[in-house]
Design a protein around this ligand. Sequence first.
Ligand SMILES: [Ca+2]
Length: 586
Amino acid sequence: MKALTMIFASALGISVQVADEMSVIKFNVTNSCEDCDLRGSKLSGASADFGAGSPIEGASWVGSSKISKNILFIMSDDHTTQGIGVYNSHLSALDPTPTLDKLATEGTIFRLAHSTNAICSPSRAAILTGQYSHVNGVLDLHGNLPSERQYLPQLLKKAGYETAIIGKWHLKSEPGAFDHYEVLRGQGTYFDPELRIQGDKPWPENVEQTVGHSSDIITDRALAWLKNRKSDKPFALFHHFKAPHDMFENAPRYNDYLADIDIPEPNNLWNQAEWGSKGTRGVNDSLRDTIGSSVSHRNKYRNMATDLAELHVKLQKKGDVRNLGIDLKIDLNLSDEDFTRQTYQTFIKRYLRCVKGVDDNIKRMLDYIDDAGIADDTIVIYTSDQGFFLGEHDLIDKRWMYEEALNMPLIVKYPGKNQAPKQSKLIVNNTDFAPTVLGMIGVKTPSEMQGRDFSAVFEGKAPDNWRNSTYYRYWMNMAHHYNPAHFGIRTDKYKLIFFYGQHFVEGGSGKWPEERKQTGMRTPPAWELYDLSKDPHENINEYSNPDYVGVIKQLKVELAQLREIYQDTDEHYPHLQELVQKHWID
Ligand SMILES: [Ca+2]
């Protein structure tokens, strides 16, 4: 795993330093988009500020009057927009999130918030650094983020906040930039989680055993921290749930929730005729039983109800792979259709029971904020580290650039901002979160951050020169849930994805033998284009449709430009660079 650091020497001639465990390589990147800045927007004079140095040194304050607002940043794990009532999915009628729906009526709901690498650790690192994965160094689940690069809490502290993170962390290093932390070990457990806390011993040796369900425990601890605070500083509390991550273990009080309801299925759980490409289905569908973990029996290695491969059984014995089949207990003798329907009903109910537990615990937190008389002084942000597939395209998990994983819920209540819209369709991504939180309290975006401040939205304004598209990259190839590595661009109307199907380490890498084998697989390179304006659920790959030749050409120009702007051009992965060049005009 490479740890990458980047130093911006200037806006247009950029010196990049890449350090890994073994060596330090220096190379130069020329930004060919001469009227663009590093954040994907047109230069607008005052915003072209790219000084070197740490964000602490580089950050400047544009005012102090906003500093008194508390910040409550609530993040869950794998809570997809389809699982939130106010996002109007096929599940909305079930009303799984009354608290979040109410929060949305009091604030702004963002309809086009995107992850830049839709998996846990990388998304969390992007949120804290305002940087893409290849810049902050957290490309995959083995990445870590040391305290000196935990920019958001550093800057909040510098701005006068008392900071705390309680709950899921998943960035390996000590959350040392926070004044206070109580975090789960890795993924943590749903019941009786151990918390890594501050103490006499070095990180991560100070451990406290708790008793109860993780959503309740994390909220209990967050409330206790708030109630026992001695400081008169405003607080910035990062309240991070483990739920509703798999394997979806709800608190027992939710066992009957939705028990007698037949949960609606997404239409494209079944209909797959025109979706995908040889990059996601194989040549003549030869990889349909391999790519993408599934609800149905389709994926022979990993699906929601069975793990058929012997290798998974072996790994399960070592505790390295969650054996989905054992947990869901679906009768393997059912017909394919009945098996899929039962599996869907079983897992979706468990998922929504975890969601309900998150929503109820958020209500506890928001009720406290109300009762303590600080609701008008507290900015509330709700998000999840990325989305999740609930059977769409017969897929589970996240990682894909398809809408269900790419989209992040984002609801922001900013008290006193009467001009804030009820909803925003600004194209934002998780590298913008840190700049925007800082912007909301009057701190200018530091030069190291690639994301941009969209806090003008809350003043009822459009941010200047905002981007028209968002760039995405999933780095791991075929690891864990069998997703080919890919990158792409999403605009308000279209999505173009290139599945290049090779790992960033040639031949594969990984912590475990099976992971090394998976990441060493190669899948066919292929492009996919979806016309979101008429096909929002991405059921028809239009890449070969001659009507879209002009659209594809323009999107490729923009995609290449974004890759240069963000310095994601594979200079240090020549096997990928060659592959991309070879197949660019396929
Ligand atoms: Ca996650």
